[in-house]
Design a protein around this ligand. Sequence first.
Ligand SMILES: *[C@@H]1O[C@H](CO)[C@@H](O)[C@H](O)[C@H]1NC(C)=O
Ligand SMILES: *[C@@H]1O[C@H](CO)[C@@H](O)[C@H](O)[C@H]1NC(C)=O
Length: 479
Amino acid sequence: MQNRGSSSSAMSMLSCVFLFALLNLLNIANSESFIGVNYGQVADNLPSPAATAKLLQSTSIEKVRLYGSDPAIIQALANTGIGIVIGAANGDIPAFASDPNFAKSWVNGNVVPFYPASNIIVIMVGNEVLMSGDNNLITQLLPAMKNIQSALDSVSLGDKIKVSTVHSMTLLRQSEPPSSARFHPNLINVLKGLLGFNNATGSPFAINPYPYFAYRGDNRAETLAFCLFQPNSGRYDPNTKINYMNMFDAQVDAIHSALDSMGFKNVEIVVAETGWPYKGDSDEVGPSVDNAKAYNGGLIGHLRSKVGTPLMPGKSVDTYLFALYDEDLKPGPTSERSFGLFNLDLTMTYDIGLSKSAETTPVTPATPKTPVTPVIPATPNTSPKPNKSAWCVPKADVSEAQLQANLDYVCGHGFDCTPIQPGGACFEPNTLESHATYAMNLLYQTAGHNPWNCDFSQTATISSKNPSYNGCSYPGGDT
Ligand SMILES: *[C@@H]1O[C@H](CO)[C@@H](O)[C@H](O)[C@H]1NC(C)=O
Ligand SMILES: *[C@@H]1O[C@H](CO)[C@@H](O)[C@H](O)[C@H]1NC(C)=O
């Protein structure tokens, strides 16, 4: 930038421009476009679309998935920038497949009038069709998707809106250890066609992993901790020598391995649904506010850390939480109607740090076993007497699980972890210990230098040795 102004007002204007550009950059860096939510409507008591659009804008949720294409909701989301996934019903698949004009009129009725004011990003054709047992539907799924793609192409939206479908995790014949995961042999042929389409059009492979269901089938305390992002001894994959620290990563990497085995490891994976009920019947195992908060809060922290999964490091998988509201008309046990993150009066069911205003206000840790530090809001340098020669580091022999929990906790609570993300000055060495050390010290330096800000369930200690190296400068000290 050429500095031609000599008056101080021109100078300050220039620095304003520079500051503005910098803030924009930071915004991009802090964008959390990987956090989405499912907006199911099997209910007769939901808040209005307008109130819902306003609610979403007050959160860091940047994408919404609808199961259908309710025009009132699509319209309410206009000019919010929120990405919208719309759905086409299983029942319409035969008509889409056999009649290109039906696909065209669907696109003309459900997409064209709203785009681009309403930021429609994906059309999901059908839900869990491959496990429906309906062979007619299964064989017509790909032709239906192709006709919708052609319909989009014909109105020049083919490269702006992706076409895909949503799969159940039960597509996998086997999922443990993750590296050995493979799809059911009788689905391989149809999956080849679908994945070829995903690969050719750049659309994602969408799945519904629910650690909650895994826990229901194996309700040991150790499994619960593994599902809830809490300290646990992990599950070792002998083929890759990776010790998995949580079920979410294990399930997503299982899909990755299955895709890889078919030659499609570059097809992007999207988590179309995942969640945990906060309430259930007395005979249901798993639902509770504590568990739901631990799972969803732990997941948000994990996604915000951008560590990715062991097989897909450095990037967070786009994840749509299930769900925005309870759906009171769903059949089945109480848990089926108790996945909502927000109440009907738009208050939070439980706080997992999704509110924009709360992004810099750490909530208390989700798990009593990880009373990581009763944290103070992350307002910079609130400490009256910063100790310029003290840094917070992990104690020797801290488990990987605990390091990961500490890292997820800090990065999930509004502290700026960009230096340890790819491209950041402290990304290398790309090890859990190095990243966790940076994050733990960051919290300590930012939250107030109190002994409890460097506790992390007694896994941290104060050191007088500055851990900074090369271009990586740790907050604190005289830097
Ligand atoms: C995926 O798409 C790329 C780019 O179009 C192509 O080169 C590659 O062969 C495709 N992979 C498969 C397995 O079809
Ligand atoms: C600062 O921290 C160092 C390292 O723990 C300690 O030796 C020193 O006494 C502390 N200074 C103050 C003023 O608290």
